[in-house]
Design a protein around this ligand. Structure first.
Ligand code: UDP
Ligand code: MG
Length: 301
């Protein structure tokens, strides 16, 4: 098998058949030997029935159906663990990840110097403005405070070699933010850009609230910097409080209002400083509990 394509699906009864027609025609035209691994992420509509219907007629479709809705990232992991092909692709079922790019991606990954081909939509045309705004802000914050780089418009749609696949699966943490994990594992990656495409059928599964939780989870999984804020804030307050306190003692020579204000500032600084220290220990515990591999080898003899 040349390529296994992992496709997470949640309430996608109207997209499954269209997706299958499209992907199979493209792969057949380009002589790509492929299999589809559908992951039904606890759909409550006829998604699973449609998948089973396809499995009966086609030998190159496998599926896993999750016991409830676990979210796209968990569904992707379930699919990745079933991969048997030489290369592994991840793709949405709503055709927002254009299957037409697959031949080009396969061509690129055959280069021994490349381990992963990722994709990025170069525009967000058709997306609600508020969602674009927050998505862009999220990328900026993430890149500023974490140790992974998330390019604006980057998709989960990618093609990878076995080494990248193994590395992603080896990460055991349960709060999985796939885009971050793909970036975190490293490897030689190239990016193909394409214009944004609209969903073929159905609606986006992300509400504003679920996207907010997704973004917050991403930041917490890849940055402990917020835990350092009280430390910096506390140190500043302590400094202001101490300087003010000394000034009052030297020049005012009486216990007046400024004296109390600086005293309160000093005490707040003290509190924040200790919360900051707790944050430092918490950050250590946080990274330890994630149990990420200490390193990933790309090549050795
Ligand atoms: N999806 C999933 N589980 C979820 C939400 C979404 O498996 O809880 C799948 C969905 O069926 C689709 C892909 O993830 O194949 C992307 O979802 P969607 O199109 O709703 O996201 P958007 O394109 O709006 O970011
Ligand atoms: Mg979509």
């Amino acid at each position: 098998m040349e390529v296994s394509i992992v496709v997470p699906c949640y309430n996608e009864e109207s997209s499954i058949m269209v997706f299958w027609e499209k992907i199979s025609s493209i792969c057949t035209q380009n002589n790509i030997e492929f299999e589809i691994i559908f992951v039904d992420d606890g759909s409550t509509d006829y998604t699973l029935s449609k998948i089973k219907e396809l499995t009966q007629k086609n030998h190159n479709i496998r599926y896993a159906s999750l016991s409830r809705n676990f979210g796209k990232d968990a569904a992707i992991l379930a699919g990745l663990k079933k991969v048997q092909g030489n290369y592994c692709a991840v793709m949405d079922v709503d055709l927002q990840d254009p299957p037409e790019l697959l031949p080009q991606m396969l061509e690129a990954i055959k280069n021994p110097e490349i381990d992963c081909v990722e994709t990025r939509r170069e525009s967000r045309i058709g997306e609600p403005a508020i969602r674009s705004f927050f998505a862009k802000a999220f990328c900026k914050i993430m890149n500023a405070i974490s140790n992974v780089h998330i390019t604006d418009g980057i998709r989960d749609f990618r093609l990878m070699k076995q080494n990248v696949l193994d590395a992603v699966i080896s990460i055991q943490e349960s709060n999985r933010f796939s885009k971050g994990l793909f970036s975190w594992v490293g490897f030689k990656t190239i990016c193909i850009t394409y214009p944004n495409t609209k969903r073929i059928n159905g609606i986006s599964k992300w509400s504003f609230w679920s996207l907010f939780k997704y973004a917050a989870n991403g930041i917490i999984s890849f940055s402990t910097l917020p835990l350092y804020i009280p430390l910096i804030f506390g140190a500043l307050l302590l400094l202001v409080g101490t300087v003010g306190f000394i000034y009052c003692l030297l020049y005012l020579k009486s216990i007046s209002t400024p004296f109390y204000l600086f005293f309160i500032t000093f005490m707040f600084g003290f509190n924040f400083l200790f919360i900051g220290f707790l944050g430092l220990y918490l950050a250590k515990i946080h990274t330890e509990t994630q149990k990420r591999p200490l390193y990933i080898i790309r090549e050795e003899n």
